[in-house]
Design a protein around this ligand. Structure first.
Ligand SMILES: Nc1ncnc2c1ncn2[C@@H]1O[C@H](COP(=O)(O)OP(=O)(O)OP(=O)(O)O)[C@@H](O)[C@H]1O
Ligand SMILES: [Mg+2]
Length: 245
């Protein structure tokens, strides 16, 4: 069997002396959509930051295509296809949508024509961005900002795109559009690791999921199985009986 695209074992990380993650193991295979769920403060964002090289792990291994990531910087990891769309979207304020997309391609070496072609592809995937290509990104609506952040991430030509809080603060119809678009890009071969507050959406969109609780992975498996798990239903789906619907 080929090595997973992303393979994490024994991972520990935190801030200064404060440990947040302990003994985290997970994998994402090529073509997978994997969801990471867990309560506020469980360490989901910390895990994505560690995987994308923004935080240095204190223990454990991360492998991309079987090759150790070691102490690679965030920039090197982008070059190797691991791209992170952070919580809060963090677009470049004062720059247009088009410029934000161009900056997403900063680590690429394949020239202007290829980048222009991919920007056109982003406008096809996200027609609302096409209409607003000249607009200051900080004046976009919340949903448009999320589209712009995801499109900027895609401009780096990731093989694995990690999105933190896909649907936070967005109207259901916008979330549906985003989910549809992510299914499309996944169909084109992109793997996804999603942190998602809305557990119903997370388990519907993903093929596999992990539950992070106080810095540890406490459950993992096929999303359809997790969706029927009484403990998951009770903790994250507001199911008081614990019985499948
Ligand atoms: N920059 C930081 N410095 C110190 N502690 C931090 C920092 N960022 C996060 N933490 C702490 O790490 C723990 C995990 O936070 P993290 O943001 O990873 O959780 P999360 O699962 O993403 O939560 P949420 O669902 O609220 O986004 C929390 O206790 C938080 O206070
Ligand atoms: Mg978070």
């Amino acid at each position: 069997m080929t090595a997973p695209l992303l393979d994490v074992s024994g991972l520990a990380a935190g801030y200064g002396d404060v440990g947040v993650l302990a003994d985290v193991a997970l994998e994402v295979r090529a073509g997978d959509i994997v969801a990471l769920i867990g309560s506020n403060g469980a360490g989901k964002s910390t895990l994505l930051r560690t995987l994308s090289g923004l935080l240095t792990p204190s223990a454990g291994h991360v492998r991309l295509d079987g090759a150790p990531v070691g102490a690679a910087s965030a920039r090197e990891l982008v070059g190797r296809g691991l791209v992170h769309v952070p919580e809060g979207r963090r677009l470049f304020a004062g720059l247009s949508v088009a410029d934000n997309l161009r900056l997403g391609a900063y680590a690429r070496r394949d020239g202007r024509a290829a980048i222009a072609r991919d920007i056109a592809r982003m406008y096809e995937l996200f027609p609302r961005l096409a209409e607003r290509r000249g607009q200051d990104a900080s004046t976009l609506s919340g949903g448009e900002q999320q589209m712009c952040a995801i499109a900027r991430g895609l401009m780096a030509q990731p093989r694995l795109l990690m999105i933190d809080e896909l649907s936070l603060g967005l109207a259901p119809n916008i979330v549906e559009d985003l989910v549809e678009t992510l299914r499309r890009v996944n169909g084109d071969g992109l793997s996804l690791l999603l942190v998602e507050q809305d557990v119903v959406t997370a388990l519907e969109l993903s093929g596999r999921a992990y539950v992070l609780d106080r810095g540890r992975i406490v459950l993992g498996g096929p999303s359809a199985v997790l969706a029927r798990d009484p403990a998951v239903r009770k903790a994250y789906l507001g199911d008081l009986t614990g019985a499948p619907a």
